[in-house]
Design a protein around this ligand. Structure first.
Ligand code: SF4
Ligand code: SF4
Length: 379
């Protein structure tokens, strides 16, 4: 006989979900249409109907550790077919934001990044940090009195050594906080949905399969209502990946062969790859913003959590391109300011990764890994 389990609803959690995009969750009357139409829902343990009732009951612990929430790509096929207008796709998006908020540490950083009232604090941290880096290099005055000489960011603004050491240190510290949160999430997923020994392909095999799954973007192609999501996500994902790889190679180059930097030819393979990455990033960001503004029913209700990430990633791409244009055209009057803003927004993107929507890169990846290990990944 199944044991009776009494649970208290977490009313604050329900209110938070409603405030962050899931305001319609109470409308659900459990018809299960959403689970039937969802192309990504596994037959043996479908979502999002069960998540809707958990959300109505305020079952926070169950929801924040539910790997199914992360298999959803917010295509909103379910929301457009829901007879009650309960918008399950948006409710799951709100649960994902709460999951990141629940697990990431330190908690105050999550508040700074996710609370619109604290946006000035979120921006002040990188601004002050970049100013401190400039102070270490003795180049604070470059912003006020840019040198008349040819634009050269390493010589007159941030030295490669300071940038590499101070920026990388900040990134690693923030990332460590994120990894602790991610580990807690992985452990809770295992407690909530234990991995059965007979179906488990093993951690390594599941990681490799999840990696190729992400590269292929296969699941996005199954979306019908929000089909543009494939293109926006493709641009953002591959744009960021290209830029991250190029930047990592440049950091290594500066360490082992400093004379090869800066690169002065636009046809250099690293420059070509970097510029392609920026164009993909900007293109993906613009499609996502356009969809959110013109077809919110299909693209999903947008919360501050979504907008912060989208605007930061778009700004990174645009300021990166403008920084390069300013160097090649020798526009010293605004080049250093553009580079300053670029570094500030790269800081917001990378160092805030564990606390912002960008964290879904890690959470979704390990949710797919878990799903493959429990035998519940829809093929
Ligand atoms: S969210 Fe809508 S479609 Fe899904 S179970 Fe509830 S009422 Fe039905
Ligand atoms: S938004 Fe799309 S992927 Fe997510 S539950 Fe609804 S139908 Fe499934």
């Amino acid at each position: 006989m199944t044991a009776l389990r009494l649970t208290e609803p977490d009313l604050d959690f329900i209110k938070e979900l409603q405030k962050t995009g899931g305001e319609s969750l109470k409308k659900c009357f459990q018809c299960a249409t959403c689970s039937v139409v969802c192309q990504l829902s596994p037959d043996n343990n479908p979502f999002p109907r069960k998540e809707m009732i958990w959300a109505q009951w305020g079952q926070k612990e169950r929801l924040v550790s539910d790997h199914h929430v992360w298999l959803c790509h917010q295509c909103n096929d379910c929301s457009t077919n829901c007879p009650r207008g309960a918008r399950p796709g948006d409710v799951l998006a709100a649960v994902r934001a709460q999951s990141i908020r629940h697990y990431s540490i330190p908690g105050f950083m999550t508040k700074i990044v996710q609370d619109p009232k604290l946006i000035l604090v979120a921006l002040a941290i990188p601004v002050l940090y970049v100013l401190a880096m400039l102070g270490v290099d003795g180049h604070l005055s470059t912003l006020i009195h840019p040198p008349k000489a040819e634009v050269e960011y390493g010589s007159y603004f941030l030295s490669h050594l300071t940038l590499n050491i101070m920026f990388t240190s900040a990134f690693v510290i923030f990332l460590l906080g994120g990894l602790v949160g991610l580990t807690r999430f992985i452990n809770d997923m295992k407690k909530t949905d234990p991995i059965p020994g007979d179906k488990d392909p093993g951690f390594i095999k599941a990681v490799i399969a999840a990696f190729f799954e992400l590269l292929a973007h296969r699941k996005f192609k199954k979306c019908t209502a929000g089909s543009n999501r494939y293109f926006s996500h493709f641009g953002l994902f591959y744009g960021f990946a290209l830029l991250f790889i190029v930047t990592s190679i440049v950091v290594l180059l500066i360490l082992v062969a400093p004379d090869t930097y800066p690169i002065n030819s636009l046809s250099n393979p690293l420059k070509l790859a970097g510029n392609l990455g920026a164009i993909l990033l900007i293109g993906g960001g613009l499609i996502a913003i356009y969809d959110r503004l013109t077809t919110p029913d299909l693209a999903g209700q947008s919360s501050y959590f979504d907008w912060f990430f989208l605007l930061v990633i778009l700004t990174v791409g645009i300021t990166g391109l403008l920084t390069e244009i300013a160097r090649f055209t020798n526009a010293s009057s605004w080049a250093y300011w553009m580079y300053f803003f670029h570094i500030v927004f790269v800081f917001c993107l990378l160092c805030y990764l564990p606390y912002s929507k960008f964290g879904h890169l890690l959470y979704r990846f390990f949710a797919i890994v878990h799903s493959k290990r429990v035998g519940g990944y829809p093929e």
